[in-house]
Design a binder for this molecule. Structure first.
Ligand SMILES: Cc1cc2nc3c(=O)[nH]c(=O)nc-3n(C[C@H](O)[C@H](O)[C@H](O)COP(=O)(O)OP(=O)(O)OC[C@H]3O[C@@H](n4cnc5c(N)ncnc54)[C@H](O)[C@@H]3O)c2cc1C
Length: 440
């Protein structure tokens, strides 16, 4: 399907359309305004799974859009910031985007490569053509339209498209004006790098887990993984599988659940139980089963929060870690669990219990954050503190502002948001078209 040919056909209903503007079309195919700004219908920022899902849903509803992405590829998080052993944590049926199931040949937990192939196919199937290397640096509502400014991103030759993250530098700027702005820049837009006392004096290698690809090349080294979320646990497992001397810092309490219990996905089991039982009862059942499968995790240095895993998710959005083998490596002593870090030293780390150990490499599996507060000049819908919508599960703000993929429910949440947003924009688009014809 050629989206631009299709777009032309819809100009008759386009509230932004005028023949004079159309005479000045940019290379994007969209008309330009008096001051050179590109005039689009809906504007989506971010070509990750959420941005692609919104684009596909708008295509299915015949609403034209422009999709801006700072990198030179789709799903840059999955392509450039993930380790090679990564698989979807949840069964595939909970991770598919609207209107297109995963191929039947895919396993229950598709690999990173399979997920990327699926997204490329999604792009092709819906004729989605993102505008790449357009980093949104500001967006503001002027009373009628969203005015969005981008920087053109230049990529160092030979890096983009490979396995490395693109080097981002910027040259020219562009401006877009749109009735509807869909923020799909992700919950994980930027890595979080904690300030730990003395980290600058450490002579070894320090990296964020988003730079880690595999344990190859670390043999013979002492590696410390800081953090025990899904990334920290899996990076530790991967290092240990490559016979690397691995330690993992566990500072806080965390719920670790087996990915499967008696061959059944723990996630699927929880959803099923939640249909019939209270969240507290479901938590009691899950923790009992988990203890049978994994044992008492507190005994090997991973204490549990006082609130159960599902209730904790509901109350503060904290996702339980799904174990894919790390706990057994901890039990066998292949992965050592250490408490919080007091400070770094030249060749190692002092822990809060007074222990001092040497390390060659430190991997900060310390999570990610939203980048929305850096560029969106709006703070009634999005919080300026964490860059998430202020109310949980909220996808619609004022003046045509939307959030796709910020519900802390992974790809399942992405699909729901995309469908809701596209329905809402379609409704407004019809209403505006109708008003326009009425006033003619
Ligand atoms: C290691 C890891 C494993 C995960 N595994 C799972 C899993 O198994 N199942 C699951 O459901 N979820 C998983 N997640 C969560 C995952 O992030 C989401 O499910 C999914 O990637 C969300 O898609 P998204 O489009 O909202 O965000 P992203 O995938 O982060 O995409 C956002 C896009 O926006 C672009 N962007 C950001 N800022 C700008 C800007 N200013 N201008 C232009 N473009 C911009 C980015 O380059 C990116 O391409 C995982 C996350 C990580 C980090």
């Amino acid at each position: 399907m050629d989206r631009f040919a299709e777009t032309e056909g819809k100009r008759a209903h386009d509230p932004l359309y005028s023949p004079r503007r159309a005479a000045r079309a940019t290379a994007t195919g969209f008309p330009v305004g008096e001051h050179g700004e590109v005039l689009t219908d809906a504007l989506i920022v971010g070509a990750g799974p959420a941005g692609l899902a919104v684009a596909a849903c708008l295509t299915m509803r015949d609403v034209p859009y422009a999709l801006l992405e700072r990198h030179g590829c789709i799903a840059s998080l999955w392509r450039h910031r993930t380790y090679r052993r990564l698989r979807l944590h949840l069964p595939k049926q909970y991770c598919e985007l609207p209107q297109m199931p995963f191929p039947a040949s895919y396993p229950e937990y598709p690999s990173r490569e399979q997920f990327l192939d699926y997204l490329e196919e999604y792009l092709r199937y819906f004729g989605i053509r993102p505008f790449f290397r357009q980093e949104v640096v500001s967006a503001e509502f002027d009373g009628e339209f969203w005015c969005v400014r981008t920087k053109d991103v230049i990529v160092a030759a030979g890096i983009d498209g490979g396995n490395e993250e693109a080097v981002l530098a910027s040259a020219g700027t562009s401006e877009y004006r749109s009735k509807w702005l869909v923020v799909a820049t992700g919950e994980n837009a930027e890595p979080v790098l904690p300030e730990i006392d003395g980290i600058d004096m450490f002579k070894g290698e320090v990296m964020h887990s988003c730079e880690y690809r595999s344990g190859e090349g670390y043999q013979g080294k002492k590696v410390l993984v800081v953090g025990c979320g899904n990334s920290g646990m899996e990076v530790s497992l991967d290092l240990s599988n490559h016979n690397v001397h691995t330690s993992m810092v566990v500072r806080d309490t965390v719920h670790v659940l087996p990915r499967e219990i008696m061959g059944l996905s723990t996630f699927r089991l929880s959803l099923w139980l939640l249909m019939y039982l209270s969240v507290q009862t479901v938590d009691r059942i899950l923790l009992l089963l988990t203890r049978l499968v994994l044992g008492d995790t507190a005994q090997f240095g991973i204490p549990r929060p006082s609130i159960g895993p599902m209730e904790l998710k509901q109350v503060c959005g904290k996702t339980p870690v799904l174990d894919v083998g790390t706990i057994s490596k901890i039990k066998s002593g292949d992965i050592k669990v250490l408490p919080g870090i007091q400070s770094f030293r030249e060749h190692g780390v002092e822990f809060i219990d007074g222990r001092i150990e040497d390390f060659d490499v430190v991997i900060l599996a310390t999570g990610y954050k939203s980048n929305v507060p850096y560029w969106l000049k709006e703070n009634s819908f999005f919080s300026e503190k964490d860059g998430f919508p202020r109310k949980p599960n909220e996808w619609k703000g004022k003046n045509g502002l939307y959030a796709a993929g910020f519900s802390r429910r992974g790809l399942l949440g992405v699909s729901t948001d995309a469908t809701n947003i596209a329905d809402d924009i379609k409704q407004c688009w019809n209403d505006i078209g109708y008003e326009k014809h009425k006033t003619k």
